[in-house]
Design a protein around this ligand. Structure first.
Ligand code: 6GU
Length: 265
């Protein structure tokens, strides 16, 4: 039940979380599909980056756009350079100790996080880094229950370690490889978190059946035509026999999981 975890103590967690909504937020969220267990979910993600242009297109498209249009989520991008005080708008500096590369400075990051915290309370201040905890579906589930999170995108050789010690509450990696910056990691996380907020995907079941299903890979899907130049759709799917179709789906899920991801079983 790996994919299901992250929701332990769910109801409990959830009530705490829902009670933090202001009346205005609740009212704004009223409307289609805005309820889950009879409650409303609304989430805000603040992303701090030196490359906001890299994320601008992404957060205004697809699932994140839909979530924002439905007022179920808000994604805000903050250009770290806007929080510098010097005329060169410097966000990095040479490392003490004479090491190679550059290090992200404390001041702009602290200024930005402090400004955000002055406006609202944050559940997590996340730093994207290859040496962080591995991001997975249970972590996405847990994070999707939060109301406000900050994601700070790492860059260069690293950030001044004092930021990690004093301001960051969670360090996250999206896999065992090194990216140039944390922007892609922030995009991956925002997508995975926001898509499971109830009401974001029009058929709530579709989010449940792909990510929360019993630790199995999904069965293959097909659409028309039923026969494309002799490539045929499995007969059972055309039968209209619901029970047999369900049985086929489970068999396929099990077979594909055994073959492709035995580690999940
Ligand atoms: Cl979160 N950041 C960077 N720079 N590289 C990564 C990563 C994060 N996760 C995997 N590789």
């Amino acid at each position: 039940m790996k994919f299901l975890s992250g929701f332990s103590g769910f109801e409990n967690n959830f009530s705490r979380f829902v009670n933090r909504f202001s009346y205005e937020e609740k009212r704004r969220s009223l409307g289609e599909n805005a309820y889950f267990c009879g409650k409303i979910i609304f989430m805000r993600i603040d992303i701090i980056t030196i490359l906001p242009e890299m994320l601008e297109g992404f957060v205004r498209c697809s699932i994140l756009k839909r979530a924002q249009d439905k007022q179920l989520a808000e994604i805000h991008l903050h250009n770290l350079r806007d929080y510098t005080a010097d005329k060169w708008r410097r966000v990095d500096d040479y490392p003490f100790g004479g090491f190679a590369g550059m290090v992200m400075k404390i001041e702009p990051i602290e200024n930005c996080i402090t400004a955000l915290k002055a406006e609202r309370t944050y559940d997590e201040v996340i730093f994207t880094t290859p040496d962080g905890e591995r991001f997975d579906q249970p972590m996405a589930n847990t994070l999707s229950l939060h109301k406000n999170i900050i994601i700070l995108c790492g860059h260069f050789k690293g950030i001044d370690y004092r930021i990690r010690e004093h301001l960051i509450t969670k360090e996250v990696s999206i896999g065992d490889y090194v990216l140039t910056g944390g922007e892609l990691a922030a995009a991956v996380m925002a997508d995975a978190i926001v898509r499971i907020i109830p009401g974001v995907i029009s058929d709530e079941q579709s989010a449940l059946s792909d990510s929360f299903q019993d630790n199995l890979l999904a069965a293959p899907v097909y659409t028309r035509p039923a026969d494309y130049k002799g490539w045929k759709v499995p007969e059972v799917l055309l039968s209209g026999h619901e029970a047999k179709i369900k049985e086929w789906e489970l068999e396929q899920s099990l077979e594909r999981t055994k073959r492709l991801r035995p580690d999940l079983l």
